[in-house]
Write a protein that binds this ligand. Structure first.
Ligand SMILES: *Cc1c(COP(=O)(O)O)cnc(C)c1O
Length: 430
């Protein structure tokens, strides 16, 4: 296996692109080496420009839940393309997708489509402030909510990978209203809610993917719902990663809670740029043109993106793959743990449905502090050995791996062969 063409493109890309990438998570900053350039993908596989084929567990960081180029989505997109790519006026597709989304999330009577997860979150936060007339937002360290200024503190994977505490260029004034709490620690939230009477909302990833996969304890998530309700503080569930992935109704459905405002992205566009935020009628009344909270978008509700999202969601609904994900996820977890044990490598695997990742540390990982204890050097060795043995992973210890419905037993076989060699390499290096 060689990466000559990727390396060549990387050098060329450096001239006019920043770091040759358009999102820093795609740079191989923490694992060393230069990033792979992709030629094409089909089903569970992705091929780089050198013709190397991998089982894809990145899946564009989540959206490609049906694998790449599912026929049903290709067909829907092709059909939409023939009618025109953008109109600056409403289409029937937006109404259809809105119904599917609102039916899936009982807390959503109305939804507004936007173009990214970042945009969904920044709008949701504006909405929480508009609705409550309050300013402060509680967020958890290790949770990522897109790159809006106020959320770029203690924000998990991308920043953690680059060892940045926050981001340059964010004025103090933009984060004075952001309060940080610790995941799975209800007292850390209670403390803020007692100390401040100006809190509009608490925002969280109901299951995290951006400090690696971390599940909330039942006491934490239920406690958080009760606590926010009793204080008149809105709960925002950022389900950009988990929406339609953990379950059709997102992590909220599995955890048995209902957020006041839900943010969606990734899977909802099936590989096209779509985000969404939604809430009850009462809360959504604030959004223009019904209310005084302004939020707009030239390409929002784009007909091609809507067609892709709708085909993806309808196929997910028809397939109901969540049991399949549970089974296949469990198998990959066992593959990783057995390989680690065989080669004497300390490993913890966290998993929630079709999201999982290994932490190179022994013992529980239930918050960002514990996630940061793990050995990123070992991850780098593991990462490159997996690549060389045909498995494409996110190039960061703090990023979730994603499963698609296209995975087959033969892919698991590739993963298990690769994991064995990769754990051997980790073991040999330590
Ligand atoms: C990916 C992600 C975002 C940001 O979405 P973009 O489409 O990258 O802007 C926000 N929140 C969570 C939980 C995410 O995983």
């Amino acid at each position: 296996m060689n990466f000559n063409q990727s390396n060549k493109l990387y050098k060329r890309g450096l001239t006019h692109l920043v770091g040759a990438v358009n999102s820093p998570v795609r740079a191989f900053a923490s694992v060393g080496g230069s990033p792979l350039f992709i030629d094409k993908a089909k089903g569970p596989h992705i091929k780089d420009v050198d013709g190397n084929r991998y089982v894809d567990l990145v899946l564009s960081y989540g959206p490609m839940i049906l694998g790449h180029r599912p026929k049903i989505v290709e067909k829907a997109v092709g059909k939409a393309l023939k009618k025109g790519t953008s109109f600056g006026a409403s289409t029937a597709a937006e109404i259809q997708l809105a119904k599917i989304v609102c039916d899936a999330f009982p807390g959503m009577d109305k939804v507004r489509f936007v173009n990214s997860g970042t945009e969904a979150v920044l709008s949701a936060i504006r909405l929480a402030r508009a609705h409550t007339g309050k300013n402060k937002i509680v967020k958890f360290s290790g949770c990522y909510h897109g790159h809006m200024d106020a959320m770029l503190v203690a924000a998990g994977s991308g920043l953690a990978t680059l060892s940045l505490p926050g981001s340059k260029g964010v004025p103090d004034a933009a984060v004075v209203n952001t309060l940080i709490a610790e995941y799975n620690n209800i007292e850390s939230v209670q403390k803020h809610l007692t100390a401040h009477d100006d809190i509009a909302a608490v925002i969280l990833e109901p299951v995290t993917g951006n400090m690696g996969v971390v599940q909330p304890t039942d006491a934490f998530i239920k406690g958080l719902r009760d606590l926010t309700k009793s204080k008149g503080v809105l709960l925002i569930c950022d389900e950009v990663m988990t929406g339609f992935r953990s379950h059709f109704g997102g992590a909220q459905e599995l955890l048995g809670i209902q957020a006041d405002i839900t943010c969606l992205g990734k899977v909802i566009g099936g590989g096209f740029p779509v985000g969404a935020y939604g809430a009850s009628d009462e809360i959504m009344q604030n959004v223009a043109p019904l209310g005084g909270m302004y939020q707009a978008g030239t390409l929002s509700g784009n007909p091609i993106a809507m067609a892709s999202g709708m085909a993806t969601l309808l196929e997910l609904k028809r397939k109901n793959p969540y049991l399949f994900f549970e089974e296949i996820g469990k198998k990959i977890e066992i593959i990783l743990l057995e390989a680690a044990e065989k080669h004497g490598v300390a490993l913890t695997v966290n998993r929630f449905g079709s999201m999982l990742n290994p932490f190179f540390a022994k013992g529980e990982v239930s918050n960002f502090k514990e996630a940061q204890i793990c050995d990123t050097e070992k991850f780098s060795i593991f990462f490159w050995a997996m690549i060389r043995n045909g498995v494409f992973l996110p190039p960061s210890q703090y990023e979730a791996w994603f499963l698609s419905t296209a995975l087959r037993e033969s892919d698991l076989y590739v993963i298990s062969k690769a994991a064995d060699k990769a754990m051997a390499a980790v073991s040999a290096a330590s």
